[in-house]
Design a binder for this molecule. Structure first.
Ligand SMILES: NC(=O)c1ccc[n+]([C@@H]2O[C@H](COP(=O)([O-])OP(=O)(O)OC[C@H]3O[C@@H](n4cnc5c(N)ncnc54)[C@H](O)[C@@H]3O)[C@@H](O)[C@H]2O)c1
Length: 436
């Protein structure tokens, strides 16, 4: 297929799209294209996920099962684990995980596996876009090399681009179509074609001069967030030593209408992106003989927060003449953030494990997470009843889910340690509440 032919087929919403990886990123993207009228296949190696999707069961907070079922019925979306679908695909979008190895180096094996499958089935004229967050150079140095030698000529019969996904799962205000999309192509033709595809579903598309710029833009966004969270966390440690409320200080600073953006402290950082992505850049820079110092320091501060929270609980109990050993602690919210059930890199797991190591009896409540596995043992979520709250020595708020009734928690629990300032503004005696 010629470049002009593909443009025409995209314009008419006839181009067949395959989105590789049907998780938090890939599924909402596939669904948005299907809604716009494109025939879309969601390709995933997880057979259970494929079965669930084809039965109309969504695995993303951003896709309603009902909408998915409608698209399946209309024949505009289907899921598969059969890679041969790539032979018929005119555009391939790769949205697979990019985690860290135990050594904290990038693990791009999922990207390589997906791209190798696509390259092995390369169809001249194809548009291939990587969306997974990764280190600068991945698209041009790695992906391109997998396609070269298969009759692929970039900018001529292969259109290769990088476009970072910026979705914030569960965010009701900014959905796929509202978040501006940055696109960097290996050649200008690659960028224009990828941008043209995204313009069919996304309000604002921003073309940059290369995939490396787009890869770095995504990393800069997440380094910015990571570093600012670390700053808020360190500020909380300082405020605590000075006997001042961190929240009050940040809120006061945030009244400045320019040049300030508030970030808040928490029990640590979690999720697939913020703790992970900066280390992709640090790794790449190390290969270039440069130590990314802000990233290293922010990582150190953020990763020390779970230990600090355990110290806070210990101190709060101590003030009430209790010790952690044998104390009953109810952890409220174990997901890594408010309103989602995502447990990836959640600091709550480390906090609960550390409290248990100190002899505490820890139970947890989380409307989004029915069970967790700790040291091989399954822990089931409990309901936040008055009885449960009264029986606990310390209610420890780790994720500020909107479903929790914070006033009731403050009234019923003997002691509250609040790492999210979810109880801010609710009156309580100073010896019964400790906020980060
Ligand atoms: N989750 C987020 O909030 C978010 C936001 C922006 C960017 N990202 C980035 O997007 C990428 C995907 O993240 P996610 O959260 O959607 O991950 P996820 O784990 O939710 O989904 C990834 C899916 O890819 C599938 N998969 C893995 N290897 C595959 C292969 N070789 N072929 C086909 N399918 C395969 C998995 O089975 C899984 O269903 C990552 O690079 C991440 O950093 C994530």
């Amino acid at each position: 297929m010629s470049h002009a032919g593909l443009v025409e087929r995209i314009r008419n919403r006839e181009a067949r799209l395959t989105v590789i990886g049907q998780g938090y990123v890939g599924l909402p993207l596939a669904v948005e294209f299907a809604r716009a009228g494109f025939p879309v296949t969601g390709l995933d190696t997880d057979l259970d996920r494929v079965t669930a999707l084809n039965a109309g069961r969504s695995c993303s907070p951003d896709v309603e099962s009902e909408d998915l079922a409608t698209l399946l019925r209309q024949g505009r979306y289907e899921a598969t684990s059969d890679f041969s679908v790539l032979e018929q695909s005119e555009a391939v979008l790769i949205c697979v995980p990019t985690p860290l190895r135990k050594s904290k180096d990038p693990d791009i094996s999922f990207v390589v596996a997906a791209a190798e499958q696509a390259a092995a089935r390369f169809r001249p004229g194809q548009l291939v876009i990587l969306e997974s967050t990764t280190y600068p150079g991945t698209t041009e140095e790695l992906l391109l090399s997998l396609f070269e030698g298969r009759q692929a000529r970039v900018g001529v019969n292969l259109f290769l681009a990088f476009s970072p996904e910026r979705i914030d799962p569960g965010n009701a205000t900014f959905k796929v179509r509202d978040i501006p999309k940055v696109v960097g192509g290996v050649t200008p033709e690659c960028a224009h074609l990828a941008a043209f595809l995204y313009r069919q579903i996304i309000t604002k598309v921003v073309e940059v001069s290369s995939p490396k710029v787009a890869e770095l833009a995504k990393l800069y966004e997440n380094v910015f967030r990571n570093v600012n969270i670390a700053l808020a966390n360190e500020f909380a440690l300082m405020c605590q030593r000075l006997g001042v409320s961190t929240r009050e200080v940040i809120d006061a600073a945030a009244t400045k209408p320019f040049g300030f953006m508030p970030f808040y402290p928490g029990p640590g950082i979690g999720g697939h992106c913020i703790p992970v992505d900066p280390l992709y850049l640090a790794w790449k820079m190390r290969l270039n003989g440069y130590e990314a110092r802000f990233i290293a320091l922010a990582d150190e501060i953020n990763r020390a927060m779970p230990r600090h929270v355990v110290e806070l609980v210990t101190e709060a109990l101590n003030r009430r003449a209790r010790c952690v050993n044998a104390a009953r602690i109810l952890a409220l919210g174990v997901a890594y953030k408010r309103g989602v059930g995502d447990m990836r890199e959640s600091p709550a797991l480390e906090i609960v494990a550390k409290l248990r190591d100190r002899g505490a009896e820890v139970s947890y409540a989380d409307p989004y997470v029915p069970s967790i596995v700790l040291d091989g043992a399954v822990l089931k979520a409990v309901a936040v009843t008055d009885e449960e709250l009264r029986a606990t020595d310390c209610a420890l708020i780790l994720a500020d889910h909107p479903e929790f009734d914070y006033r009731r928690i403050v009234e019923a629990a003997a002691l509250v340690v609040d790492t999210r300032n979810a109880t801010w503004g609710i009156p309580a005696p100073a010896d019964r509440i400790l906020r980060l």
